[in-house]
Design a protein around this ligand. Sequence first.
Ligand code: NAP
Length: 309
Amino acid sequence: MNNSIRNVVIMGSGCAGHTAALYTARANLKPLVLEGHEPGGQLSLTTLVENFPGFPEGILGPELVENMRKQAARFGAEYHTAQVDQADLSQPPFVLTSGSRTFRTQSLIIASGASARWLGLPNEQALIGHGVSSCATCDGFFFSGKEIAVIGGGDSAMEEAIFLTRFANKVTLIHRRSEFRASKIMLERAQKNEKIQFLTDTVVDDVLDVKKNEVTALRLRNVKTGKNWEFPSNAMFLGIGHIPNTRVFAGQLEMDAEGYLKTTNHVFTRVAGVFACGDVQDRRYRQAITAAGSGCMAALEVEKFLEQH
Ligand code: NAP
């Protein structure tokens, strides 16, 4: 048990967490950032980021997030690897627990982001790492010269499909509707790519073959005609959105039906001294720049809160 009480602990190290760390470090609050299973957040799993202002040629996601980390560390932000498995927000100091370690803090910034969503197919979990993946940049390389299916109709799915054409002979983008949530520019880019074909109004009922310990085919169904068929594929990449990482706050903080933290005035939770920023509380914008912006807001509110208390 570490008995010292921190001014501020920041849970999460994506865009929101690093920005909150930068601002609270520059305010001399000596923030402690707890990095969980996915350090760097979603940016660390992406490729070229073209819409973060200040980089006219774009910047690689992992590089951008690493730069943010270095910038915060330069001003004294401290980073620990610790997946928070329990939180007690009943009274200050707030207590976070990670295995046998305990962190106590006068204020807390929750920037724990959101993790990839899975389809929930019978064979899906058994084939993760054997052809089923939610991270094209991590696993695409293993499918050089192969045929890949990408599931989803948003920007993530388009980005994954385009990226995977670097390796695959053919990428099939499978989407449950015929309208796309993706931005026009990303959709057009995918549509223009000769290696990408589209299968719409189609859902995946299962992925095969667990016995062979590799993906060989997807069991597909057309939602309009009801037709079922087996679609040969060497891999299935998911780009179907994310689930907010809020489990440890269940019963303590207000959440919406999907588990996103509810905030007022952008970053206030219902517990004084506990703020939330980034994708964990934003189901509307979910951009790197908005996450960074809300990280800044949370840091400024922490400063005010600590001055007043
Ligand atoms: P999203 O926009 O929520 O899209 C998720 C997609 O997955 C939707 O097409 C959805 O279908 C589909 N889906 C969800 N659950 C499904 C299920 N159980 N079975 C089949 N399909 C399912 O999520 P996202 O693509 O991850 O994007 C999130 C945010 O990040 C967006 O704001 C996006 O603009 C941003 N982003 C931007 C970039 C970029 O600008 N380069 C890259 C990636 C992400 P329905 O449409 O039918 O609901």
